[in-house]
Write a protein that binds this ligand. Structure first.
Ligand code: GAL
Length: 730
């Protein structure tokens, strides 16, 4: 029976390429995921992470005849890696976004072993996406987890679970790939529901390297839906004379997902307008080396804070933790292979194909994934290459369609879904179908959290307008905006601070007003949303007027009061946004109300009504000066594993706890306990908010964080550190 051990703690690291025999003293101890260096959140220079670094790990191994073969599974190393064991070169791996495994067996010795990984994080022209400048930073390091897998010689290599006839007579095909055929061995599979009950079994001989097990007569199953994403597990065991020799289990869901020409997208036979955003895997300070908690949190932000039903993993395979969370919460995914606007030579294309294979073989059991991206984002046509990528995707997964993201309408269409980046600020009408908009907005509208009110409003309304148009057009399956979060980029792109401020949230995942447009499209049954897209700082508008003001809300109507005077009741703007579930609300006639009040009595009150009843309220004081500093960790406990992290956001707020928009102050954080602050400290806050991250060390206990800024009371928060393995992480 296999063992699978996390292999993340106790690595040694040096930010240089050193000799295999260099003394350990030259290294520092680190835990994976790891970034080859830390950064400020903006003004990141790509040259700062482009070097070769050395990772070393000593470990002991005792031979076990029941599992003689030992693999090291890397979830992701940026951008190329050479792996050495005990002075023997085992593998050179090219490609930073997909997983790869290294067979250690040939060089493994009983007792002490030394593993060395040279990580080349330079933008090598022979490795996708490079060979051309790309609009994002790749960063560097062993930035995802590693595990050590010991298996019997005949073991299970891959399991692909294919639900069939889901909406009529559900069946399952489970395709098992073995490392080698073993005519005497038996494969046994169990289907387990979300409560842990075994609901069906199947078995077959392990006589071929590829065996398909069938579950033909299934009891009624619960569908995977966006509201109730029911998950099942298939557990495949390999038995030798009745004894368990190997076992692999995989989660999946019963659902159908189809793109139909002229009709859009259908989940479980029901039409669903796709409404989403693109996600880069980039974080402030740590580049791409975000642990599980942060990856999972991004999925939660997209689903619950932004109300999206789909995300595109632009422009590469993303973390398994992110995808697992999408499965669990019901968020659809369009996953694409690595690349950006450039196709290299045959060797480069081979690397891309290898990454495409690794992505599909890793991810094809995720019910959240509904489309594979097999065209290098916005590249030129290349029929030979794209015939191969499509054929490979179809051969590896005959249950999902392919898409290929293009930015010119005349592009050759070799995929199943016409995925198009549409920067017309409207909805273009390609002749090809089915059609999905995979990007809009973006560089057409970079917007910073500290931009003026007009810009912030226009940004939000651009997203609202495009979604209104796509929602009113049955021929388009949906639209995925650019982008969820701001991201670090190269000098050729973005603003002068090397950030593409294209997110509806900033790089810390703190909302701009465009985020509120997304959030407000949720059903109020999910969450009642009422947001003011205005500063309520009366002299900040051009001409000093404040006659109209924008709200994003899913309430039926709002009542607006200034001081004691009711300005009026206002309804969603259905005339201009007839297709949105919850159009923005424009409040007019404010100047008249303001004229009646002296400044200090100009507090603003907005009450949102649902079915005639008050459901939400906003209070904005006339005085917008910062009165308090808030400190809000996302998690109140972390696992003391040396890697777990949570965001520590801080906000300068007015007396009613609204962000104070013009607070420009220095905030300093201090930590007591076994955790480290990651980020710029002191932090220069502009536009009210910012964030650092708190990273657990290896010892359980309680950590106390204090935030200070001149002139306001300090804010504190505590975070508990739990010993690894003590139950579910909070
Ligand atoms: C697109 C590209 C994205 C991003 C975006 C900015 O053309 O696919 O990666 O660069 O532009 O608007």
């Amino acid at each position: 029976m296999r063992t699978l051990q996390p292999f993340n703690a106790g690595w040694l690291y040096v930010a240089d390429q050193v000799d295999l025999t260099a003394p350990d003293e030259r290294f520092q101890e680190i835990t994976l995921p790891h970034t080859n260096r830390l950064f400020t959140h903006r003004n990141v220079d790509c040259l700062d992470y482009q070097f070769v670094s050395t990772y070393r790990k000593h470990f002991t191994w005792s031979p076990d005849p029941s599992r003689p073969q030992v693999f090291l599974d890397f979830d992701g190393v940026m951008l190329a890696a050479t792996v050495w064991l005990n002075g023997v070169l085992l593998v050179e791996h090219l490609g930073g976004f997909a997983p790869f495994s290294v067979d250690l067996t040939p060089a493994l010795v009983p007792g002490e072993n030394t593993l060395t990984v040279f990580v080349d994080s330079r933008e090598r022209a022979d490795v996708p996406p490079f060979g051309h400048r790309v609009d994002y930073l790749a960063f560097g390091g062993i930035y995802r987890e590693v595990s050590l897998r010991s298996v019997p010689t005949c073991h299970i290599d891959n399991v692909f679970v294919r639900p069939q006839e889901v909406l009529s007579q559900p069946r399952l095909e489970v395709a098992v790939r073995l490392s080698q055929p073993a005519p005497d061995l038996i494969l046994q599979a169990r289907l387990i529901d979300g409560q842990g009950a075994v609901i069906a079994t199947s078995q077959g001989a392990a006589a071929q390297p590829d065996v398909t097990l069938h579950f033909d007569a299934l009891p009624p199953v619960t569908l995977w839906t966006l509201e109730q994403p029911a998950l099942y597990t298939v557990e495949v065991a390999l038995l030798a004379a009745g004894a368990l020799s190997d076992m692999v289990s995989s989660r999946f869901g019963f659902r159908t997902a189809e793109f139909r020409p002229e009709r859009g997208f259908f989940l479980n036979g029901q039409r669903l307008k796709l409404f989403g955003l693109n996600r880069h895997q980039i974080y402030p300070y740590i580049g791409v080396a975000a642990p599980a908690r942060l990856q999972r949190r991004d999925a939660e932000i997209l689903k619950f804070e932004l109300g999206c039903n789909i995300v595109r993993t632009s422009h590469y395979p993303q973390s398994p933790h992110f995808l697992n969370r999408c499965d669990e919460i019901g968020l659809l995914v369009f996953e694409e292979f690595a690349g950006w606007n450039h196709i290299g030579d045959e060797a480069w294309q081979q690397v891309a194909l290898t990454e495409l294979r690794a992505m599909i073989e890793r991810d094809r059991n995720h019910p959240c994934i509904v489309l594979w991206g097999v065209r290098i984002n916005e590249s030129a046509d290349n029929e030979a290459f794209y015939t191969r990528t499509n054929a490979l995707a179809h051969a590896l997964d005959n249950t999902r369609p392919t898409g290929g993201v293009r930015d010119f309408l005349s592009s050759a269409f070799l995929e199943d879904v016409y995925t198009y980046n549409d920067f017309s600020n409207s909805v273009a009408e390609p002749t090809q179908q089915p059609h999905l908009i995979t990007e809009f907005a973006g560089h057409m509208f970079p917007t910073k959290s500290w931009d003026g009110e007009e810009r912030m409003v226009d940004h939000a309304l651009l997203h609202a307008r495009v979604h209104n148009r796509q929602m009113g057009n049955d021929r388009v399956a949906g639209a995925i905006g650019w982008a969820a979060f701001d991201y670090n980029t190269h000098i050729e792109f973005g603003s002068g601070d090397r950030i593409c401020h294209h997110g509806v949230m900033d790089i810390f995942r703190l909302p701009k007003w465009a985020a509120w447009f997304y959030e407000s499209q949720q059903s109020p049954a999910q969450r009642v949303v009422l947001r003011l897209a205005a500063h309520w700082a009366l002299g900040d508008s051009a001409g000093g007027a404040a006659d109209s003001m924008l709200l994003f809300s899913n309430c039926d109507e709002v009542e607006v009061t200034v001081g004691e005077q009711v300005v009026g009741r206002f309804q969603p703007n259905r005339a201009d946004y007839p297709n949105l579930p919850h159009p923005p609300i424009t409040v007019s006639g404010l100047n008249r109300a303001l004229a009646h009040h002296r400044y200090q009595h100009r507090d603003l009150r907005v009450v949102g009504y649902l079915a005639g009843q008050p459901a939400a309220q906003l209070l904005f004081p006339a005085d917008r000066l910062p009165r308090r500093l808030l400190l809000t960790p996302d998690a109140d406990c972390l696992v003391a594993d040396g890697a777990d992290m949570t965001r520590l956001a801080f906000h300068l707020v007015d007396q009613f706890d609204n962000p104070a928009p013009f607070a420009i102050k220095i905030v300093t954080l201090e930590v007591e306990g076994e955790a480290d602050l990651i980020g710029e400290n002191p932090f220069p806050v502009v536009a009210s908010s910012g964030a650092l991250y708190l990273k657990a060390r290896h010892r359980p206990g309680v950590v106390r964080v204090t935030a200070r800024t001149e002139g306001l009371p300090a804010a504190t928060a505590t975070v508990e550190l739990l010993a690894p393995g003590t139950g579910e992480p909070c």
